[in-house]
Design a protein around this ligand. Structure first.
Ligand code: NAG
Ligand code: NAG
Ligand code: NAG
Ligand code: NAG
Length: 198
């Protein structure tokens, strides 16, 4: 190893030490919530709500992003990618209490069956869950009943979340191209001992 090599090695050591320093600096700030989290108890809850799938019209909330060459001749729309920002409501009617938004990507990812690969963030905007999110990532065979998808994580109140979701198509209006989806979440998360986020 030449002089340059030695200098580089010393430099990277200094950088590594500096970043360890930065980390312990940050941990001070994180200590409180971490302690609260350690003292916290795991809680399991059930959430039931509806998602408004507005597929066309001036206010539509689901938009195509891209498609593959095969999509237009595929019986399962294979290769189509859509982005959505759907309204979450307490009841099936569009004008019932707003709970938040379901935002993310869906990809038609099965050549033989109508099934999506989904990555959706459920962003809550009311009550004690306001500002918290839950994330779903998984396969959704959209023509089946009781479709099960994994809940892989969460933020805010839902830190350390995991669980599963059962969904069904509550209704679909082919004239308006408007669907209502019913979701039931079974979520385990750690309720911090002081109840707050920090
Ligand atoms: C679209 O949204 C606007 C504003 O919220 C509303 O006045 C209008 O009725 C909506 N149109 C449809 C077709 O839902
Ligand atoms: C996809 O379609 C384009 C034209 O629409 C064509 O040029 C291209 O070769 C096609 N690719 C494949 C892999 O079929
Ligand atoms: C909600 O919309 C339905 C029609 O879809 C209507 O009958 C009902 O009165 C509305 N409720 C409120 C609170 O606006
Ligand atoms: C949710 O939180 C936001 C940001 O803190 C706040 O502006 C809003 O009023 C809250 N909404 C409800 C329904 O509590």
């Amino acid at each position: 190893m030449g002089n340059v090599g030695v200098i580089l090695m010393i430099l990277s050591l200094i950088i590594a030490m500096a970043s360890v320093e930065a980390k312990s600096e940050m941990s001070k700030q994180e200590k409180t919530w971490f302690r609260n989290l350690c003292r916290g108890k795991e809680k399991v809850i059930k959430l039931h709500f509806y998602v408004q799938d507005e597929l066309s019209g001036p206010n539509k909330t689901v938009w195509e992003v891209s498609r593959s060459n095969i999509t237009s001749i595929s019986p399962t729309s294979f290769g189509q990618v859509r982005v959505l920002d759907n309204l979450m409501t307490a009841g099936p009617e569009k004008n019932s209490t707003e709970l938040g938004r379901a935002q993310g990507l869906i990809t038609f990812a099965d050549l033989k069956q109508s099934a999506l690969a989904m990555n959706i963030n459920f962003v809550f905007s009311t009550g004690k869950y306001n500002g918290s999110t839950l994330c779903i990532l998984g396969r959704n065979p959209i023509l089946e009943m009781d479709r099960e998808l994994p809940i892989v994580g969460g933020t805010g109140v839902f830190r350390m979340a995991r669980g599963y979701s059962i969904s069904n198509t509550y209704s679909y209006d082919p004239i308006q191209d408007y669907g209502v989806l019913e979701y039931t979440f079974y979520v385990a998360y750690v309720k911090e001992s002081r109840g707050g986020l920090h």
